[in-house]
Design a protein around this ligand. Structure first.
Ligand code: R5P
Length: 296
């Protein structure tokens, strides 16, 4: 069998992950140097010109979201100029929570972003644990979601946990928690969270959960931004008499002092993947991404 020849280009937000993917694919690696002008415009310079073949752009879009997005779009566009096939790997994709018109007049920006990536030239767009099925649908047939749940579960299995139970902080994340629980050979519960669509504030409306008493819990979520959802869930679960709480999430943005606030609320440990680099990003998903590319 002939091995596909790949070139990987790492955007500024994902250099380390891109290099790891490139090594696993035995691909040529091209870096992207960035210069930001006083007005905020970015100049991107590739460290080499890509040849023809299949070119993989790796660029997450954490804050500054729009700047990272314009880099991803520019890299995809450049890679396709000489007729190459271009795959965009956007491990953490911003705007995925804007997947529906919740209030009349709201714009579904995920749809805009998906359209931009496709029209820039991406024939496939790989994302990791995208927020929802509705968000993935905006990419139409180009979208491929990769689950990081097996990688997270493998890491957490090495911890000594007491009769662990998997918890989703909301009903929307129940499928993710179920997948995690199956790999963990344990049960799972999903809390019921309500969000005020105007103010953004959240509250837990679940009734008492006897099954969490005296057990170690793993809260599984796609992402942590301000930490508000995890803190609300933690306070609720602590009141129910659980033991320790660990958080396993795919994308940890941890805006401002979110990490300190989460720990203060009573979380013992936060474990996330390297879709976004950071102190908690201890689970490497490069092998999972490389395999998904090879299998596609
Ligand atoms: C919400 O449905 C998501 O799955 C996350 O739980 C949420 O967006 C995380 O944001 P924050 O940390 O600001 O609560």
């Amino acid at each position: 069998m002939l091995l596909a020849r790949y070139t990987v280009i790492g955007g500024d937000a994902s250099q380390d992950l891109a290099k790891r993917i490139s090594r696993r694919l035995k691909a040529e690696y091209i870096g992207a140097r960035l210069r930001v002008f006083p007005d905020g415009e970015q100049k991107i310079t590739l460290t080499a010109n890509p040849g023809r073949g299949t070119i993989i752009i790796v660029q997450s879009t954490p804050p500054p979201v729009d700047s990272n997005l314009i880099q991803a779009l520019s890299l995809v566009h450049k890679a396709g100029e000489n007729g190459s096939k271009v795959f965009a790997v956007i491990p953490y994709i911003g705007y995925a929570r804007q997947d529906k018109e919740f209030l009349s007049g709201e714009i579904v920006t995920m749809k805009t972003v998906a359209g931009l990536l496709r029209s820039a030239g991406a024939s496939k767009v790989f994302v990791i644990d995208i927020h929802s099925k509705a968000a993935l649908k905006q990419f139409k047939s180009a979208g491929r979601n990769i689950s990081a749940i097996p990688d997270l579960a493998r890491y957490l299995k090495k911890q000594r946990l007491n009769n662990p139970l998997i918890v989703s902080p909301d009903l929307g994340g129940a499928e993710r928690a179920r997948e995690f629980a199956e790999l963990f050979n344990s049960g799972f519960v999903a809390l019921e969270k309500r969000r005020d669509r105007r103010t953004g504030s959240v509250r837990i409306v679940s009734s008492d959960l006897g099954e969490v008493r005296n057990r170690d819990l793993i809260l599984v979520d796609d992402m942590i931004s301000t930490g508000g959802s995890i803190i609300k869930a933690t306070k609720f679960l602590k009141k129910q008499g659980c033991r320790r709480i660990f958080v396993a999430c795919t994308h940890s943005l941890l805006i401002n002092d979110a990490e300190a606030k989460i720990r203060k609320a009573g979380v013992t440990g936060i474990i996330s993947t390297n879709t976004i680099p950071g102190d908690t990003s201890v689970v490497d998903v490069s092998a999972t991404i490389a395999k998904a590319i090879q299998d596609s």
